[in-house]
Write a protein that binds this ligand. Sequence first.
Ligand SMILES: [Zn+2]
Length: 103
Amino acid sequence: MYRLANMARRLVSGLAELSPSCKTAARLLSEALDHKLTWRQQLGLHIHLVLCKWCSRYGKQIAFVHHAAHSHSDQVTTSVPQQLSSAAKQRIKEQLHSAIKES
Ligand SMILES: [Zn+2]
C-alpha cells in the first residue's frame, strides 16, 4: 500500500513538473492560437489547464476573442471614426459644468 501511494505521489509530482507556471501557460495559450505547439508544450499546457481553472477560463476567453476577430475581420479592419458629434460634446460640457457647480 505504501509503495502504491509513493508511486502515485511521484506520478503527481512528475506531472506537476511538466505543468508550466500560469505566466507561461498564458503565453502558450496565446501562441497556440497562432501556431502549433510542440508536443511537450501541449502536454504541459493541457496538464496545467486541468489543474488551473483561471488559465482554463483565460484560454476560453482568448479563443473566443480570436474566433470573433477572425469571423468579423472585415468589420475589425474597417476604421470607425472616433469622434463625438458636436451635440454629444455639448451635452458632456453641460454635464461637467453642472457637476462642477454642484460640488
Ligand atoms: Zn494557471
